[in-house]
Design a protein around this ligand. Structure first.
Ligand code: ADP
Length: 207
């Protein structure tokens, strides 16, 4: 699942994973859990994340490679937040071998992304992205908080980093038959339907 910050990747990845009974593998969530648990990874990643920059490729490739090797990812998975650089995309090809990969790029104009990020809240316990009307987390009842990296200055840096380091992977994938660009400006339901249709068209999965 590709797209700039605020495009709705996390929300859509969560919906898709639930509907299809596959794990959602979100590198942002994995890193935030490591920060909360103050593991060596979390301690090293916190400053980089708070500044809106990217954690190193080798670390991220190691994390995803280990996660994909687990039993629950055998029948499929949704990746959210990875790959984020061309090097990560190349490494993912290596991890998958001949397994099919569907690349969904959720697109939207910058003013919409900025508006969404300015009002975004997530659950401090489970990482769920909350809808504006949610008071507490609708999944686990946890407290909804604003991410440090969603503050105004850092958001601009994240969009800059996206343009510089992540947007090139859209070009890396665009020519492949399993690449789909999806309009992220529609309602979450409509975006979810478009993603299911795109993936079903490629894999024959039930939408
Ligand atoms: P976004 O809302 O921008 O999609 P994420 O929750 O996916 O944010 O990620 C939050 C932060 O975690 C990123 O800004 C970055 O610092 C770090 N991060 C997550 N995934 C990766 C990755 N694949 N490579 C490098 N850094 C990552």
């Amino acid at each position: 699942m590709l797209g700039p910050p605020g495009a709705g990747k996390g929300t859509q990845a969560e919906r898709f994973a639930l509907k299809h009974g596959v794990p959602k593998i979100s590198t942002g969530d994995i890193l935030r859990e490591a920060v909360t648990a103050a593991t060596p990874l979390g301690v090293a990643a916190k400053q980089v994340m708070d500044a809106g920059r990217l954690v190193g490729d080798d670390i991220m490739i190691g994390i995803v490679s280990e996660r994909l090797s687990r039993e629950d990812a055998r029948a499929g998975f949704v990746l959210d937040g990875f790959p984020r650089t061309v090097r990560q995309a190349e490494a993912l090809d290596g991890m998958l071998g001949s397994q099919p990969l569907v690349v969904v790029d959720i697109v939207g104009p910058e003013e919409l992304l900025l508006r969404r990020l300015a009002s975004r809240r997530m659950c401090a316990t489970c990482g769920h992205s909350a809808l504006p009307e949610e008071q507490g987390c609708s999944k686990c009842g946890g407290e909804l908080v604003v991410r440090i990296d969603d503050s105004a200055g850092i958001v601009l840096e994240r969009l800059r980093v996206y343009t510089e380091q992540t947007a090139p992977i859209v070009e890396f994938y665009r020519g492949r038959p399993n690449f789909r660009a999806i309009d992220g400006t529609a309602t979450p339901e409509a975006v979810a339907e478009a993603i299911c249709a795109a993936v079903a068209g490629v894999t024959g999965a039930q939408a």
